[in-house]
Design a protein around this ligand. Structure first.
Ligand code: DGJ
Length: 747
């Protein structure tokens, strides 16, 4: 619900449990009043200290700059007195900066506008309302439209910004953040971000917010594994179930900046948007620039509530509609088993074994095209290597489908190698700075897909290849960051647009792919999980989480990823041991139980399985098919964190009607002679009674009980007991053991 009170000039936005209030002060300045637990009063002007005006500039102009530097704003422009972090900056044709935004008008309407060329969360007249506020700078003849969309059944407010040049002269935008939040907390605050690297993505970081500015960012041309476009400010007491959380998540896959500044008075300014580094946007008369959408969530019930709100938003309003609750196929991917050393026979053997074991799909990874036998060649040559695949994609696809399996394929459209037909014909198609040798990464060069001829040259090849066969799934990879970003086409005053234009071109190509092949299941990937962001989820309902498939490392990675992204979006596979990244050997059963928290599949050689593995796989798949609907459509609860306790991990998924839950417990370290571990469930109905049983306990060795004793043990407990007293998990011999519990309502 969005209300405007013309007496107090106040905008009041409310979701079921939160309120967001802003107000026009002194007839001109758009100020931030409140964000937090829901309150319905309209007269919140006292928070702006408007009752002891005349501090405002119209009355006390001799102290205008003092006002500008302290007034809590909705969107702060640069150069006219606000000395804090700035979210908007513009230069005029003379190179001068300085702007001041004044309120002009507003408009409240049902539904939600889409953002031109950019992904954004979806909403219609039944699910949300939008407030558009028009601010203007009359000297620059520039209109700034701030959009706030409020969901009716989710505690979410999304924000976006559009800048319109309504004058005759050209403007140069040098900083356009998507959202800013001026907070005046009553306690110290902490900030949570997701930090990492290749094979170590999205570790949860938590640190005190101190005076100065703390920021995370990407300047890599993708969101990257180092930082994620997610930031949450939390009160120090915040746990999964308690405390206040202010979260922002940017629906964008390029360079971003997320920052929080503690300024001189101890107030906080949080913001998120496109990274201003290497960003200038030339805005000519009549043109409009649209900044990406920023999702904001406030939770008064800890991190878990924030997580579930984001998950629901992304599942129901972001990922492609047809995958909202659709079960995901169990796949086998050949990458870790063969890398590029495969041919038709190898793949068909994989497929036959996969089918026998109960899988749904074969995914052919990197190496099927051009002369690609190692990673030094052929990116950009999207025609089949007939030496490996005689009869082309069609022959493979026909044979795989004859086995009643689906077929997936790997592509990396944004890249080329100097050893490729494409590069030899078009050496000018890659990003480059004149006079400098473009730097290689995995021997790759980045194609300048912002140019229409490059975009079409690559995309038309891929389309042609796909049209020869039935492709059911596409894994879109991207294996290097951008640097030496310049092109030989745009004029000098637009070179600063290239980073953002690149991201827009990636979106355009993904949109095109989905338009041409609407039924494919699409998975994004970038050297593992370097592009795990809401922008990508708009196109692909799932994203490869990490090249690190070690089940124990995955506990960190999946906990961090799931803090904001739905479990159903996390690509997770069982791979061979000793693990390729860590050399660790984890029981096959544990690998499967950890992968079941995501999309589930196998990334190993189905031809060389041990007898034990072969005997376990059909059962694992059967269990996954039961767990998967709750993973896809239920709620996720983080119950214990190996990241925090160093010993064990636990999470649960609970169906929306609270009748069925699956709880996973992983004993990372065996500890002798310790008190039993109790896992307190969350999300159950305290008044319902539930049967509790360990699913498939066979492979485990229990310190205090025989496995077969557990197989049939069904405890019946109330939701209240399971939540408050908890479940005592049996002690297991040895490290790296996992248990899966089925908790089902009994009538
Ligand atoms: C990086 C991906 O993360 C891997 O899964 C695999 O597809 C390789 N690229 C292929 O080059």
């Amino acid at each position: 619900m969005i209300r405007f009170d013309d007496k107090y000039m106040t905008f009041h936005m409310s979701t079921p449990k939160t309120s967001y209030v802003s107000a026009v002060v002194d007839g001109s300045y758009l100020g931030h009043v409140y964000y937090g637990p829901r309150i319905d009063d309209m007269d919140l002007g006292y928070l702006m200290k408007t009752e002891y005006n005349p501090f405002v500039p119209s009355i006390n102009s001799r102290e205008k700059v003092r006002f500008m530097e302290a007034f809590p704003k909705e969107y702060a422009g640069a150069g006219t007195g606000d000395m804090r972090s700035i979210c908007f900056d513009v230069r005029n044709e003379d190179g001068q900066a300085g702007l001041q935004l004044a309120y002009v008008s507003h408009h409240i309407f049902k539904g939600k506008p889409t953002l031109s060329g950019l992904p954004s969360t979806r909403g219609d007249e039944d699910s949300c309302d939008t407030l558009e506020i028009l601010l203007t700078d009359s000297i620059l003849s520039m209109n700034v439209y701030l959009y706030y969309t409020v969901y009716r059944d989710l505690d979410v407010i999304t924000r976006s910004v559009q800048i319109e040049n309504s004058g005759a002269s050209t403007l140069f935008l040098t900083n356009v953040m998507s959202a800013m939040l001026d907070l005046d907390p009553t306690t110290d605050m902490e900030v949570i971000t997701l930090h990492g690297s290749w094979a170590r993505e999205r570790r949860i970081e938590r640190t005190k917010v101190d005076y100065g500015t703390f920021s995370v960012e990407s300047i890599r041309g993708e969101s990257g594994p180092q930082d994620n476009p997610f930031m949450a400010l939390v009160t120090p007491n915040t746990t999964q179930t308690t405390g206040q959380v202010y979260a922002m998540n940017l629906v964008y896959s390029g360079n971003f900046l997320a920052s929080v500044q503690k300024e001189q008075y101890g107030k906080l300014r949080m913001m998120m948007g496109i990274n201003p580094w290497h960003f200038t946007w030339k805005l000519m008369r009549g043109q409009t620039f649209t900044a990406p959408e920023c999702v904001m969530v406030f939770s008064n019930e800890g991190l878990g509530e924030m997580t579930r709100t984001l998950h629901r938003l992304y599942r129901h309003h972001l990922i492609p509609k047809q995958w909202e609750t659709a079960p995901r196929p169990v796949l086998v991917n050949n990458w870790e088993a063969t890398e590029m050393d495969f041919d038709l026979d190898t793949l068909l053997e994989f497929a036959r074994e996969a089918k026998t074991l109960g899988m749904d799909m074969l995914v052919m990874d990197d190496g099927w095209f051009g002369e690609r036998n190692d990673d030094s060649t052929s990116l950009g040559d999207w025609f089949v290597n007939e030496k490996k695949l005689p009869g082309g994609l069609k022959a493979l696809s026909d044979k795989v489908h004859e086995m009643d399996l689906r077929l997936g394929i790997w592509i990396e459209p944004e890249m080329t190698n100097s050893e490729s037909e494409l590069f030899k014909a078009h050496p000018d198609w890659v990003y480059q700075l004149p006079g400098r040798e473009p730097g290689l990464w995995r021997e790759q060069l980045v194609l300048d897909i912002t140019r229409p001829e490059v975009f079409d040259g690559v995309y038309s090849q891929i389309k042609k290849a796909f049209e020869t066969a039935q492709i059911d799934y596409v894994k879109w990879d991207m294996n290097r960051p951008l640097c030496e970003v310049g092109n030989l086409v745009l004029p000098p005053d637009q070179q600063g647009e290239l980073m953002h234009r690149y991201t827009l071109a990636v979106y355009r190509m993904q949109e095109q792919l989905l338009t041409d092949f609407p039924d494919i299941l699409f998975e994004n990937c970038s050297s593992g999980g370097a592009r795990f962001d809401p922008g990508m989820l708009y196109y692909s309902p799932q994203i490869w989480t990490s090249d690190n498939t070690d089940a124990i490392e995955r506990l960190y990675i999946q906990e961090g990823t799931a803090i904001c992204y739905p479990l159903s979006s996390m690509g997770a596979h069982v791979s061979a041991c000793p693990n390729g990244q860590t050399r660790r050997t984890v029981p096959f059963d544990t690998r499967a139980k950890v992968a079941m928290a995501g999309t589930f599949g196998y990334e190993l050689d189905t031809r060389n399985l041990t007898e034990e593995e072969r005997s376990l796989i059909p059962g694992q798949i059967e269990i996954f098919r039961k767990v998967s609907p709750v993973v896809v459509d239920g709620d996720y609860y983080r119950l214990a964190s190996y990241n925090e306790n160093g010993i064990y991990d636990s999470w649960a998924v609970v169906s929306r009607d609270k009748s069925l839950a699956y709880m996973t417990y992983v004993q990372v370290k065996a500890e002798p002679n310790k008190k039993p571990i109790r896992i307190c469930m969350q999300g159950l109905d305290p008044d319902k009674r539930y049967s509790v049983r360990v699913v498939d306990p066979k492979p485990h060795v229990f310190e205090d009980r025989k496995p077969e004793e557990l197989a049939d043990v069904v405890q019946t407990l109330s939701g209240g007991a399971l939540t408050n007293a908890g479940l005592i998990v049996p002690r297991l011999w040895d490290d790296y053991q996992a248990l899966l519990y089925e908790i089902e309502e009994v009538q």
